[in-house]
Design a protein. Sequence first.
Length: 200
Amino acid sequence: MDARQRRSQERLYAAVLRLAAERPVADLSVTAVANEAGVHRSTFYEHAASPADLLEAALLAELDELREGLLADDTAEVPDAVRGVTADVLRHVERHAAIYRRGLGTGSTGGSLHAMLSNHFRETSRQLLDAARVEVRVEAPGVPDDVVADLATRFIADGTVGVIEGWLAGDLDVDDLLTAYAALLPPWWPSHADHPSTRR
């Protein structure tokens, strides 16, 4: 992607995030987002097929940057690194709370971001497992280890999205949510409540 395309992408991401904070992304048109970004409709289609696709790309760009930070330093203590990036993800959700409240909802215009977040968390877990920074220590006689690992990453991912959805419906601050979340995690996941890095 050249510098011009990068600038257009940044403007489109900023525009869709602003507009989606005000109303459901299903109500946004390509023309509205392009006008907000100050680009032509044809430029919009160079980056996304629809406002919903653009919104997911904008959110994932922020989430991917956080994951890259987690995976870049392989000398950091894993529980501390995982807890730190979890806090950063929650702050990302908090910044875009209006978008996530709608996107994680169960109504006719909600739910579109559940799969996006779940897939992101699953991929993070998979990369941690592949790098041997996390080990799934679960006994399931007769079930292949790779199947158990896959089920475990799905369990963590969808459970985390559920926790976030519940958090957005309440009034806990990030630190209190981290305490509750850590207590809910299985003991083998690196941010469990028994680890010193999760104690306040």
